[in-house]
Design a protein around this ligand. Structure first.
Ligand code: ADP
Length: 738
């Protein structure tokens, strides 16, 4: 029997199939690199099919044509294998695909030239067909190895499906090529036929982003075959049973067949459904009732108010029915800029909690906002549009190692994502499962909204408590200041009465002596001296009160060039006698390191004098007082006045600079003006602060705390500008905010 008409028919048919595929790609607009490569591959395929067909059509063409076409088959097959390997290397994003292409096509060109040469100048000196076949084997093996490595490397189900798809396609394509290399004679045309199936799959793979699930397709075939076999066996059983029963029973065969048919029909439908469920459970592993699961789920989450618990409940519900390894809730919050921050709340597996920020124009954000459909990690990695997202965004999602993200919406807005890792079976999420998960995510919206509101309330509560605390502190502070003001009345009357009593006592003595006419010149001098001391004290107190009253209205300053050494000398001078009396050592250092300054000397003498008088008052007899100066920066210098006194508690360190504030109860102050813990009207430090700040400087105190036994001491820091100025201090204390 002549086989060539059939092989010619097959050849033309497969050639047409390839031509159609070629044209589809050719007329596609805006072709991507992989589409161009596939187009080139289909072009080679057409030439190859033509030579296979020509080689077999001995009856029509001259022997020389058929022989030349036959000699070209190995070379063209090598070109195909090279082209296919290049395509695969490009699809799998192997960076070395240009090397593969260059090496393969150079080799093909060499083979082509050699074949052409030996065709023109026979006989052939080289076994070109065997060399061609050998290099075809090498390139085909390369393809299979590349695809197998990719299959094992892909952890995400969709990626693995893609690798599996390409592996199966490669098998068809390579089998097609191989068949033309075997010595099959006219039967070689079967090769292009098989290749056509591979080429269709190739075109589908190149053109569509989503590939059909290979495992699901195989499973469908298996399910069909299984159910077909069961149904066929059942029908055969009925026919056989009818045959046997007509022999035994006397019922007419038609009646029997009808009875059997009705009986089987009644049992068949439930049996069929049970079988479908059984096969699904065995093959797909979906042995749960989605409706029931969703009902239970929505009941459970209706009472959940905690974000972590909500995440756990959602992911565990999924894990119970689907066997996933990882899961989290990604809580979405929009920033003022319009970007979206996804904060992972881990529920299952080790999941990084770093927030992922999606820029306002991120294609990922646009996709999530505009489409309600679930997002797959596979899309993030391979979708031509989503691939354009910032590497930081894609890296953030990749680090989560999830496979699917299901949008959770509340009041129409994206409130979060339910993120799930790959299934343990390694299968992609089937459409049915995706539908179930989407409904589950949908149901989570309200609960997520509630949990977020609750978390917001808790945060608000914490803030209110914090505010309460600062209110309490402020209240305590005001209370202390208030107490200080009421104390002032008793202090002032006490401070004023003491010198007044002394004056009155001496004037009484004076008038008595004057009446008795016994007053000597010497007595007059002594008594007037005794009177003038309390008068001076009175004067000081009244002056201090006047100065303090000026603190609000603004002190006047007269800035002029002066030296720090001169100021300190003038401030220390009046205290020399008291220092000696109390056996206190006062040392100064670094004063001369400060060059000429511009300040109000009189006011600064007053301020430092107040600090020195306090150091004297609050340091036990025999203690030490140190005054040190040092430059700070180009604009400022610092003077510290330290003592070895009783110290100041942290609580009081700010309050003592307030008017009328004195530490502790007023009864504790001794009446002696410069004795240890001597009393005062509580104005010295507020005046000192007014003076220093009036120079554009600042003052503060440091002390370990108040302890009369240990005497930890206090250090008053004064920072002043070399050139006094109005306005706030420009120097910032280390650790000070602002
Ligand atoms: P007063 O006129 O009563 O001394 P001040 O304003 O000068 O008022 O000081 C306020 C309070 O700060 C003092 O009553 C004292 O309790 C505390 N104080 C000031 N300087 C010192 C210091 N060097 N050591 C310990 N306590 C101090």
């Amino acid at each position: 029997m002549e086989i060539w008409p059939y092989s010619a028919g097959v050849g033309i048919g497969t050639g047409l199939v390839h031509l159609i595929l070629f044209l589809i790609l050719l007329f596609r607009r805006g072709k991507e690199a992989r589409e161009k490569l596939a187009l080139a591959y289909l072009g080679f395929s057409l030439a190859w099919i033509a030579s296979v067909a020509l080689a077999d059509l001995q009856a029509i063409f001259l022997p020389v044509v058929t022989e030349s076409a036959g000699a070209l088959i190995p070379v063209l097959t090598v070109a195909l294998a090279t082209g296919y390997l290049t395509c695969i290397a490009l699809f799998l994003e192997y960076p070395f695909w240009p090397v593969v292409a260059t090496a393969g096509f150079t080799w093909t060109a060499i083979l082509l030239v050699a074949t052409g040469y030996f065709l023109l100048v026979p006989p052939s000196l080289l076994p070109l067909d065997r060399i061609g076949t050998g290099s075809w084997v090498a390139f085909s093996l390369g393809t299979i190895v590349a695809l197998t490595v990719d299959l094992f490397r892909s952890r995400m189900a969709f990626r693995r499906n893609r690798a599996l798809y390409w592996l199966l396609t490669a098998n068809a394509v390579l089998a097609g090529q191989a068949l033309t290399l075997l010595p099959l004679g006219p039967l070689r045309i079967v090769g292009p036929l098989v290749h056509a199936a591979g080429a269709i799959a190739l075109l589908r793979g190149v053109l569509s982003f989503w590939l059909p699930s290979v495992k699901a397709a195989l499973r469908s075939i298996f399910r069909f075959l299984f159910l077909f076999a069961v149904t066929a066996a059942l029908l055969a059983g009925v026919v056989l049973a009818a045959e046997r029963l007509t022999a035994i029973w006397t019922v007419p065969s038609t009646t029997l067949v009808i009875l059997l048919a009705v009986g089987v029909a009644m049992g068949y439908l439930p049996l069929y459904q049970a079988l479908v469920r059984l096969v699904d459970r065995l093959l797909v592993g979906v042995g749960f009732d989605p409706a029931q699961t969703l009902r239970d789920y929505s009941q459970t989450i209706s009472t959940v108010l905690d974000l972590e618990q909500l995440a756990r409940t959602a992911v565990q519900t999924v894990a119970q029915v689907l066997d996933v390894r990882r899961g989290a809730l990604l809580i979405a919050s929009e920033t003022e800029r319009g970007s979206l921050v996804l904060r992972p709340v881990p529920a299952l597996g080790e999941i990084p909690t770093d927030p992922i920020e999606l820029e306002p124009i991120s294609p990922l954000l646009v996709r999530l906002k505009e489409q309600d459909a679930p997002l797959f990690q596979y899309e993030v990695e391979h979708h031509p549009v989503l691939k354009e997202a910032l590497p930081r965004e894609r890296e953030g999602l990749r680090a989560l190692e999830m496979e699917i993200y299901l949008p959770i919406r509340a009041e129409g807005e994206l409130a979060g994502l339910l993120a799930l890792g790959p299934q343990r079976t390694g299968e992609p999420y089937a459409p049915r499962i995706v539908e179930f998960l989407s409904t589950l995510a949908h149901q989570t919206g309200v609960a997520l909204q509630n949990a977020r509101l609750f978390a917001g309330l808790q945060e608000l509560n914490a803030r209110i408590m914090q505010l309460n605390e600062s209110l309490r502190t402020a209240y305590e502070r005001l209370e202390r200041l208030d107490r200080a003001k009421s104390d002032f009345l008793s202090i002032a009357s006490h401070e004023l009465r003491t010198p007044l009593t002394q004056i009155r006592g001496y004037t009484d003595v004076l008038s008595e002596l004057a009446q008795s006419d016994t007053l000597t010149q010497e007595q007059i001098v002594r008594i007037t001296e005794n009177i003038s001391r309390p008068v001076r004290r009175l004067e000081r107190i009244i002056n201090a009160m006047l100065d303090a009253s000026m603190l609000e209205t603004g002190m006047s300053f007269h800035f002029a060039p002066t030296t720090l050494a001169g100021i300190i000398r003038a401030a220390v001078e009046p205290w020399q006698d008291v220092l000696q009396e109390r056996r206190l050592t006062l040392t100064t250092s670094g004063l001369d390191s400060i060059p000429l300054i511009r300040a109000d000397m009189e006011r600064l003498v007053q301020a430092f004098s107040n600090l020195i008088s306090n150091a004297i008052k609050f340091t036990p007899d025999g203690g030490r007082i140190t005054i040190e100066a040092r430059p700070l920066d180009e604009e400022h210098f610092e003077v510290t006045v330290s003592d070895t006194g009783i110290g100041i508690s942290k609580l009081d360190q700010e309050l003592i600079f307030e008017k009328f504030y004195r530490v502790g109860s007023i009864d504790l102050h001794s009446s002696g003006e410069y004795k240890f813990k001597g009393g005062g009207p509580g104005l010295g430090l507020s005046i000192a602060r007014g003076v220093i700040e009036g120079h554009g400087g600042c003052i503060w105190v440091e002390s370990e705390g108040y302890d009369e036994e240990r005497c930890p001491g206090s250090t008053f820091h004064v920072v002043l500008p070399y050139h006094a100025h109005r306005g706030p201090c420009r120097w910032k204390r280390p650790g000070q905010e602002g």
